[in-house]
Design a protein around this ligand. Structure first.
Ligand code: 9D3
Length: 270
């Protein structure tokens, strides 16, 4: 996969993508990231990338011309064909007005050969970029960032992990067994215990007693049936507390329903 990032802060990307899985994937040649400095596509002495909004209002808007000129030499397939799905390429504008970036979107993007990520800045980006240049507009969540750079790094990391060979053998085998259980398609939230659409259960490692904080007994006394049940209970409990919205998308067994009922009653009584 080739990823082109269009930004006014090219140095930003020296940091976040140079570690862990994204670094290894780049070294293995699974992903090639090229960062484009938008200012190199300006023609005035001050290298102006922004301008005042038509109609008035606060702040500045990224001008369309440098962005269009930056993409022009990249040799992309026409937008019409990209939108028709006949090209394995996508041009994405990262903006607070975008559709939510989810694990499902990451999986779609991981099937492509080419991503172009345009990072917004200032109060916004001239709308002609979203309307005529980009194929889609993505947001990474409902909070205000100062621009699209962190969001682009998030997208690259989430997509890169899904490229074949990006995870070690062990991790990819584990992921395979998860995907098999969810019906062949990797669906649901990234932070979920992928087999079920729930948040993950709690993890512990040595020491068994850390400064008076013990590991739950059940995990040490090694009854695997009991451990499975305990983990399922804790996953249900944590999901109910932190992400109740996820519960409705989960296939609950009768046992799960009994556990949830017990947790709900317990929470009401305390
Ligand atoms: C109410 C006017 N602005 C808030 C101060 C709107 C606004 C403009 C520009 C909000 C954010 C930004 C810059 N943000 C991004 O470019 C951005 C973003 C985000 O803010 N949140 C989540 N995902 C993304 S992707 C790009």
């Amino acid at each position: 996969m080739k990823a082109d990032i269009v930004t006014i802060f090219p140095d930003f990307f020296r940091g976040p993508l140079d570690y862990g899985i994204t670094r290894r994937a780049a070294e293995l040649g699974l992903v090639k990231i090229e960062v484009h400095d938008l200012r190199e596509f300006t023609h005035d002495r001050h290298r102006t990338v922004d301008d005042r909004p038509f109609g008035g209002g606060e702040g500045m808007v990224l001008k369309p011309e440098p962005i269009f000129d930056c993409l022009n030499p990249l040799g992309l397939t026409a937008r019409e064909q990209r939108l028709a799905g006949t090209a394995k390429e996508s041009v994405i504008l990262l903006s607070a007005q975008g559709e939510p970036f989810t694990q499902q979107v990451a999986a779609q993007l991981a099937r492509l050969d080419r991503l172009v990520l345009i990072c917004g800045r200032y109060e916004g980006v001239d709308e002609r970029v979203a309307e005529f240049l980009a194929d889609r507009e993505l947001s990474i969540g409902d909070y205000v960032l100062s621009g699209g750079e962190l969001a682009a790094a998030v997208v690259v990391e989430a997509v890169t992990r899904l490229l074949p060979g990006a995870l070690g053998n062990e991790a990819s085998a584990r992921q395979e067994s998860f995907t098999a259980q969810s019906g062949g398609e990797f669906i649901g939230n990234a932070s979920t215990c992928a087999s079920s659409g729930l948040l993950d259960y709690p993890h512990y490692t040595r020491p068994a007693d850390f400064r008076g904080m013990p590991v739950p007994e059940v995990l040490i006394n090694g009854n695997h049936q009991e451990i499975r049940r305990w983990r399922r209970e804790r996953a249900l409990e944590k999901t109910l507390r932190n992400r109740p919205d996820l519960i409705e998308g989960v296939a609950l067994s009768d046992e799960d329903k009994r556990i949830l009922e017990r947790i709900r009653r317990f929470n009401l009584s305390s």
